[in-house]
Design a protein. Sequence first.
Length: 258
Amino acid sequence: MHAVAEINNNTDPKDAAEKLSKQTTKHIYPDIWTELRALRDMVVELNVHVELLQRENSDLQTRLSSSESELLISKSRIDQLEKENADLQTRLSSSESRIDQLERENAGEVELSHEMFFFVSSEKPKVAFYTALTDAGTLGPYNTDITLKYSKVFTNIGNAYNPSTGFFTAPVKGVYNLQFTVFGYHAGKIAVYVYKNDQRIMANWDNNNNTVHKYFTKSLVLELKAGDTIHLVLPSGWSIYDSSNNQSTFSGSLLFTL
């Protein structure tokens, strides 16, 4: 036992140091290789991630380039449309000016035509008409006002009355006498309005009061300019009657020119 102890005690220090170094290296090297492998795996993952980012960036660049091209095309189209709109506005303004000019020229020609027709000679213009309403019996009541068209024309000297519209149009400036008769047959309420152009100038009505026949007659003396119109209107909720006996009539004549 003593001999072994002595041998151990006499071991060379250099050998002991080498033995310790080998043991230390054996413990250190495995940890380094593990870290290196982990770092290598991390680098691989980072490279893959970088490639993905580069692809996404390339796609974004492509889409951005495409969007910029579309934006340029859209801006060019907008500029073109704005130019076309400006051209249309100019043409529209020119057309409106031309229409106004034509309307003025036409109004002057119409007035001149009337004057030439009625004043080509020294004779007084002849204007007279007499009409009856219808053979259909009772008209109304309706839920809206209607223009009465006196369809039976017995006299229309000067052709100033139009049976298709119910309008009398003054051919010359002058004073006119107009008359109308409104008849009701078993009707509770009879009425008629008189319009000059678009303005109501007279309203007439009467209740039948359960009698079989009811009528009234009115006359007007009006100063009219050439082109003024007169027409009669059946108001909403009221009635009028006419038959082959011509109970409801509308007539007029020119008294003198001005």
